[in-house]
Design a protein around this ligand. Structure first.
Ligand code: SF4
Length: 657
């Protein structure tokens, strides 16, 4: 069922030229970036199927994995809370805030926080929640919800952001994106340093170790999880990976699908609270258990990459703010996946959103975990239609008996190829007659979509009839997931090539710098002299400190806000992404200064993430992939948002290296 407000919002969005310009910028660049990023993993179809199986396994045995995950977190010193619904989660956070007499929260991006409307509840208690992701900060200044799960300000142009900063932050009007970004950096740095509590989401929890994986490009995730004395991590109960190897596989797909990157700039894997810190983990149900036992279960496989939003022709015209409920509130999750989980988690208010799809299948094709979104959307529609006829019951995330009956018939047909082929023919005839283009349906505007959208022509022949296998395809491509060959780990090209060479070229492509040397201390001194830098932060036992003293370079192991260069040690490098793996708690060296120097032994450059991920087990570790970056304003890449503007990797190629 559709609703009046939803239809009105659709009309507004379609006829808003500024919104259309902003949306075109976002989706076109995201789609191109995603396509380019996947070329470096030619085995991506296999990875996708493995990812599907991993997520299916987690959801199937969720209780077991949750139990394991919670036990490890408690052993790691994390205080774990379970919240059955939004109200309970909000109360847990408020209790922690009261306990700490907190007045200021520094928040990094969390869709769960949006889902439970946490900011509103904090403000009612007199607590200031400040969003620190640039896009989230912008929409918070406008008192809006994010319009996209990855790019919160995707609906805005640079002129709108410029005007906003002029009015709300008090800077002279400028459309210069680096200036706008630097302004946010200056304001938010103060927030990180003075916040009572840091609050983050969790991209993945690792059941086997209790690890919390948090990915951010700007570095705000690292700030909020490390600097405040109290950190609260908010996660949906389904966001688990069984172990670190599975995490590595999921991480090879998430950033490529989300932002077109091989790896997000800061990929943290946290196991223990930072020294002197208390960490709380709030695990939210809020309808997930019910969804898990419903025909919409597969929607819980989602890893929140946003690719289905960018691919969806409907979302690309409307943007996220058109996805509104009957009460006119904006859905926390828009787009194809949002049209399934918003009603699935939050109920009837959003059930009509499932109409906002042409069922073209672009969302399924884009999904890195191969969720059958068109199937999910038709199930929501079927449930809504049945309820409209007054046959609702409360079983299975709102699905009705008649829907279940329909699904049973569908399952019988789908498992018998001949019957399925006949049913497709009949369905094709039926839909042709009912198509708005058909002579039998003279009123194409009955849903609201007909005003501006042509429905696709129905194919004369079914897919199976038209399908001609490509050379090289074999019966393996048609086997069910469970029977397919297991994919290999690592990038095939990397395994054959030279790790150091690949590492250097990958980092250079991200504006990072590699300095090959047999004597890292002398090479760093030379670099510092060339820049006229006389004082640095130095992680202990990385460089020859006597030599630094002799050459007049001052160093400290303590915090010093005047310092612009930090020097740290890398545990390992990744050839296929140009990343370095380091201790996450070395913020003074690797995040706060404008220039980050790290020393890496050439022998520790490994081909790919799966080869290095076990090094993070039980530790607080971070994979750093280039300098801090954002593309939150008009998708324009800007370097140095919250973290360093430059990263220099001094690769020690001496015998001992
Ligand atoms: S449904 Fe798939 S494509 Fe959409 S956000 Fe989730 S994982 Fe990404």
């Amino acid at each position: 069922m559709s609703n009046k407000f939803f239809r009105e919002r659709i009309q507004q969005a379609i006829y808003d030229p500024i919104l259309q310009t902003a949306l075109d910028n976002n989706s076109e660049r995201r789609l191109k970036g995603r396509a380019a990023a996947f070329t470096s993993i030619p085995d991506w179809p296999e990875r996708r199927q493995r990812a599907h199986r991993i997520r299916a396994e987690v959801i199937e045995h969720l209780d077991k994995y949750l139990e394991q995950f919670i036990a490890h977190n408690e052993a790691n010193g994390v205080i774990v809370h379970r919240a059955k619904d939004a109200a309970e989660a909000v109360n847990i956070v408020l209790d922690i805030a009261r306990l700490n007499s907190a007045k200021l929260f520094a928040k990094s991006k969390s869709m769960v926080s949006e889902e439970i409307e946490l900011n509103h509840a904090l403000e009612k208690e007199g607590i200031r929640p400040i969003e620190t992701d640039l896009g989230e900060y912008i929409v918070q200044l406008r008192h809006e919800r994010p319009s996209h799960i990855i790019t919160p300000a995707a609906h805005l142009t640079r002129q709108q952001v410029a005007q906003l900063f002029h009015e709300k932050v008090g800077i002279p009007y400028t459309e210069d994106i680096p200036t706008l970004t630097a302004t946010a950096r200056r304001i938010l740095r103060e927030i990180f340093l003075t916040a009572d509590i840091g609050l983050s989401g969790v991209n993945f929890g690792v059941a086997e170790t209790g690890g919390l994986c948090i990915v951010t490009n700007e570095g705000n995730g690292r700030m909020v999880t490390s600097i405040p004395k109290t950190h609260i991590a908010l996660m949906g109960m389904e966001r688990l990976a069984p172990n670190l190897d599975d995490l590595a596989l999921l991480l090879s797909l998430l950033p490529r699908s989300a932002t077109g990157q091989k790896l997000t700039v800061y990929t943290q894997i946290l196991h223990k609270p930072m020294p002197g810190q208390t960490r709380h983990l709030v695990i939210l149900d809020n309808g997930r258990s019910k969804l898990r036992n419903s025909p919409l279960k597969e929607s819980l496989y989602c890893i929140r990459c946003g690719a289905c939003l960018n691919a969806c022709p409907v979302f690309r015209e409307l943007g996220g703010h058109a996805y509104i409920g009957r009460d006119q509130s904006i859905a926390p999750y828009p787009g194809p996946i949002g049209s399934v989980i918003s009603p699935g988690l939050l109920g009837e208010n959003f059930v009509h959103l499932a109409q906002a799809s042409s069922l073209c299948g672009a969302c399924k094709d884009a999904c890195p975990v191969d969720i059958d979104l068109p199937k999910m959307l038709t199930r929501v529609r079927a449930g809504a239609a049945s309820r409209d006829r007054g046959s609702a019951n409360s079983d299975g995330a709102g699905l009705t008996r008649s829907t279940k009956f329909f699904l049973k018939i569908y399952t019988r047909l789908a498992t018998q190829p001949k019957l399925f082929a006949i049913s497709q023919k009949l369905a094709s005839l039926g839909t042709h007659l009912l198509s708005p283009r058909s002579q039998w349906m003279p009123l194409p505007a009955f849903t609201g979509w007909g005003y501006s959208k042509d429905l696709p022509r129905f194919a004369g022949k079914t897919f199976r009839e038209r399908f001609v296998p490509k050379p090289g395809m074999d019966s393996e491509d048609f086997k069910p997931r469970s029977e397919k060959t297991t994919a290999t780990s690592g990038d095939v090209a990397v395994q054959a090539g030279n790790n150091l060479e690949r590492f250097t070229s990958e980092l250079a492509a991200l504006s990072g710098h590699v300095h090959l040397t047999n004597d890292p201390t002398r090479a760093v001194i030379e670099f510092l002299n060339s820049r006229g830098i006389r004082k640095i932060y130095l992680q202990p036992a990385v460089l020859n400190e006597n030599l630094l003293r002799q050459t007049g370079i001052e160093f400290t192991h303590e915090p010093d806000p005047q310092i612009t260069v930090g020097v740290t040690k890398a545990w390992a490098g990744l050839a296929d992404t140009g990343s370095v793996l380091e201790a996450d708690d070395e913020l003074l060296g690797s995040l706060l200064p404008e220039i980050h120097i790290t020393v890496l032994k050439s022998s520790t450059i490994l081909p790919s993430l799966p080869d290095a991920v076990q090094l993070a087990s039980g530790k607080n570790a971070v994979f750093i992939t280039g300098p801090s970056r954002t593309a939150d304003i008009e998708m324009t890449l800007t370097i140095g948002v919250h973290g360093p503007k430059e990263i220099h990797v001094f690769v020690d190629d001496s015998k001992s290296g």
